[in-house]
Design a protein around this ligand. Structure first.
Ligand code: IPD
Length: 261
């Protein structure tokens, strides 16, 4: 796809940050056996990746606003446009040497995500989309799956960890969903969950208490691949911090199950 100038800047920044993270990821694998573990090292890798992305995006578009997982929000002199960036989504996977993490970069224009890039650097899979131009992975156009039967569908989610208060809701979701479907995956990187829905690998994805920077780029990917994305309840995915996404065939049945609490 011949992307816009903005999309090219986003892809270039994702590749540069990806090179830095892949180098650090090799080091993380070496640090696993130590008693201290790779925790501090990973947080430095995360900050370094965000600094690279910010440097590239800000150099190209100095007037745009910025929202990054590590550095927070900086309003731009252009109030209509904002970058939304997670430099390392799937941090826990990265920390444990699991090669399933991604860089996620979105461009918001007047409150709508118009471009998105999700780069799985460990597998060299670059997912990207622009409003009106389709969704892509490397050189190939991607589309959501055509599965319309719940018993053949595989869904992804993020199961709450630690003391997150959404655990009871998740347990109820699973109790309703598991008997109806072919399986649920919890791979630990929300951006890739959405990219996989866009690529037809998963048939749907849902999660509660999710951050905007984890899912922003995935929104335009799923929509441009022909899928649907909505908040679980209420108005706005970012506002409610909840999301349900799926191919158009199965969306109604799947969303009904997730919403019927
Ligand atoms: C997390 C991952 C995970 C999701 C969590 C996110 P992080 O992002 O995307 O899959 O379940 O809700 O916070 O912390 O690795 O950037």
């Amino acid at each position: 796809m011949q992307g816009s100038a903005n999309l090219n800047v986003m892809i270039k920044a994702a590749r540069r940050a990806g090179r830095s993270l892949v180098k650090d990821f090799r080091e993380v694998e070496n640090l696993q056996a130590g008693s201290k573990g790779p925790g501090d090292f990973v947080s430095k890798a995360d900050f370094a990746a965000e600094a690279i992305i910010r440097e590239d995006l800000t150099a190209a578009r100095p007037h745009y606003g910025w929202l990054g997982e590590e550095s927070g929000e900086t309003p731009g002199t252009d109030p209509t446009r904002r970058w939304i960036v997670d430099p390392l989504d799937g941090t826990t996977n990265f920390l444990h040497g699991l090669p399933h993490w991604a860089i996620s970069i979105a461009l918001e224009y007047k409150g709508e995500i118009v471009s998105g890039v999700i780069f799985d650097a460990a597998k060299d899979e670059m997912f990207y989309a622009e409003k009106g131009a389709g969704a892509w992975m490397n050189e190939s156009r991607i589309r959501v799956s055509g599965r319309n039967r719940m018993n053949e569908a595989i869904f992804a989610t993020g199961i709450p960890w630690g003391a997150k208060r959404t655990l009871p809701a998740m347990v109820q979701d699973l109790a309703r969903l598991m008997p109806q479907c072919a399986g649920v995956r919890r791979w630990g990187a929300a951006s890739l969950d959405l990219a996989y829905v866009a690529a037809g690998r998963y048939d749907g994805y849902w999660e509660r208490e999710i951050h905007s920077y984890d899912v922003a780029a995935g929104l335009v990917l799923v929509r441009e691949a022909g899928g649907f994305v909505e908040p679980i309840r209420g108005d706005g995915i970012f506002e409610t911090g909840s999301i349900v996404a799926a191919n158009g065939e199965i969306f109604t049945k799947f969303a009904e199950t997730v919403r019927s609490r």
